[in-house]
Design a protein around this ligand. Structure first.
Ligand SMILES: *[C@@H]1O[C@H](CO)[C@@H](O)[C@H](O)[C@H]1NC(C)=O
Length: 373
C-alpha cells in the first residue's frame, strides 16, 4: 500500500512538471481575454491585484475593450477583444513554469495611446545579476495600425520564474500609457557554426516568437546586452530596433524568417567571428524587400573587418531579392561582420511607417585566393 502511494505521488509529480512547463506560444491568458468581474473595476480601472486571471497587477492598470474610445481615438486590440493599459508605475506579472538554464524570448504587442515618449521595463525574477532589466522604448513608427510587437531574451535561472512588464513612466495623465496584448514565450536554441557556415544563425531561422495574428513582424530592440538578445548569434548594434519578419506575412528571401533593417544607418546587426590573419573569406548574403509596400531605392552595406561592400537594391515593394558577395582578407583573429541600411525608407501606403531592405541567408566561408566565389 505504502509503495503504491509513493509511486502515485511520484507519477503525479512527474505529470505535473511535464504538463505545466510552458511551451512556445501565448502565456496562460496572455491575450487578456479573461478579465476582471465588474465588481473589481471602477470604470476601466482594475481595482483588485488578482482580478485578471493568471496575472498579478499593480498600479494604474486599465482593462480595455476593443472599440473603446479615448477622446477621438478608437482603441483597437490586435488579438481577441481585450487588452490592458499600463498607466503610471503600473505593472503586470505572471509566474510561469519553464526549464531551468534554457534561454527564452519574450514577445508582446504594445501600442502607444498618447503623444509622449513611452518606455516599458521588462524583467524576470529570479535573476542573479543586479539591475538586469530591459528598457524598451515604444515606437509607433513601424506599423500602420499603431501596434508593434517587441521581444527580449533571458536565461531561466529557476524552473519557476516571474515575468514582469512595467511602465516606469510618471505622466501628468495617469491614463497615458501603452496598451499591452499577446504576451508569449519561446525557447531559444543557439544554432552552432557548421562546415557550411562560420556564422551562427546566418539564416535568422532562430529568433523570437512571432505571434501568428501579428502581421507587423517583431521588433528586436537595440542596446540590449548580448545575453538579452532574442536573435541568437547576433548583436543589434545600433540606436534603433531591427525587425524580425516571417514568411506568413512578408516576402522572405530564404526559409521562414529574415531581418528587415527598418531604421536606415541607425539599424545595424553584427556578429564577431574567429578568422585567420592573411586568409581569404567570402561573405555572401541576400538583399531584398519584404513585399510590404516599401518601394524605392534601397541599399545594404556589409562590413567585414576593414572591407565593405554597398549593395544597391531597387524595390518595387512587392518582394524579391538578389545575392551579393564580399570577399576579404582577414587582418585580425576576430572579424566583425556587420550589416546596415544606407537609406531611410518609408512605406508608400501613406502610413508614414519606416521600413527598409531585408537581409537573409548570410554565409561566411574561407576561400582560396584565386578561386572565384
Ligand atoms: C524595472 O523593473 C524591475 C522589476 O520590477 C525593478 O526592480 C526595476 O527597478 C525597474 N527599473 C526601472 C528603471 O524602472
Amino acid at each position: 500500500m505504502y509503495r503504491i502511494t509513493v509511486l502515485l505521488v511520484l507519477l503525479s509529480a512527474m505529470c505535473h512538471v511535464a504538463l505545466s512547463t510552458t511551451t512556445d506560444g501565448l502565456l496562460p491568458n496572455g491575450n487578456f481575454e479573461y478579465g476582471p468581474k465588474a465588481s473589481q473595476m471602477k470604470g476601466t480601472v482594475v481595482k483588485d491585484p488578482n482580478a485578471i486571471p493568471n496575472w498579478k497587477i499593480s498600479g494604474f492598470v486599465e482593462y480595455i475593450k476593443s472599440g473603446q474610445k479615448q477622446g477621438d481615438m478608437l482603441l483597437v486590440v490586435p488579438e481577441g477583444t481585450f487588452a490592458v493599459r499600463l498607466g503610471n508605475e503600473a505593472s503586470i506579472k505572471q509566474k510561469v513554469k519553464v526549464t531551468k538554464d534554457m534561454f527564452y524570448s519574450l514577445t508582446f504587442s504594445a501600442a502607444r495611446t498618447c503623444a509622449q515618449e513611452e518606455k516599458l521595463n521588462v524583467s524576470v525574477s529570479p535573476n542573479s545579476e543586479p539591475n538586469d532589466w530591459g528598457i524598451l522604448p515604444m515606437q509607433t513608427v513601424y506599423s500602420s495600425n499603431g501596434w508593434d510587437s517587441y521581444s527580449w531574451g533571458f536565461l531561466a535561472e529557476a524552473s519557476e520564474i516571474e515575468i514582469s512588464i512595467h511602465n516606469p513612466g510618471v505622466e501628468e495623465d495617469p491614463a497615458c500609457g501603452p496598451l499591452i496584448d499577446s504576451v508569449a514565450l519561446k525557447v531559444l536554441i543557439t544554432p552552432k557554426r557548421t562546415r557550411e557556415n562560420m556564422l551562427k544563425n546566418g539564416n535568422f531561422e532562430e529568433g523570437p516568437y512571432v505571434i501568428p495574428k501579428a502581421s507587423w513582424g517583431v521588433l528586436i530592440p537595440s542596446h540590449i546586452e548580448d545575453d538579452h538578445s532574442p536573435l541568437p548569434g547576433w548583436i543589434i548594434e545600433s540606436l534603433k530596433a531591427v525587425k524580425y519578419i516571417d514568411s506568413d506575412h512578408f516576402s522572405v528571401p530564404e526559409g521562414k524568417r529574415a531581418i528587415e533593417l527598418v531604421a536606415g544607418k541607425e539599424s545595424a546587426i553584427a556578429q564577431v567571428v574567429r578568422t585567420t590573419v592573411g586568409k581569404y573569406y567570402a561573405l555572401s548574403f541576400s538583399v531584398g524587400d519584404a513585399g510590404n509596400s516599401c518601394a524605392g531605392t534601397m541599399g545594404v552595406e556589409a562590413y567585414a573587418g576593414l572591407d565593405n561592400i554597398k549593395v544597391p537594391y531597387e524595390s518595387t515593394g512587392k518582394g524579391g531579392s538578389k545575392k551579393a558577395v564580399l570577399k576579404f582578407k582577414a587582418v585580425s583573429t576576430r572579424t566583425r561582420i556587420m550589416f546596415l541600411s544606407t537609406y531611410y525608407n518609408m512605406k508608400s501606403d501613406n502610413s508614414g511607417s519606416l521600413c527598409g531592405p531585408v537581409i537573409d541567408n548570410v554565409k561566411l566561408l574561407g576561400v582560396r585566393t584565386r578561386r572565384r566565389v
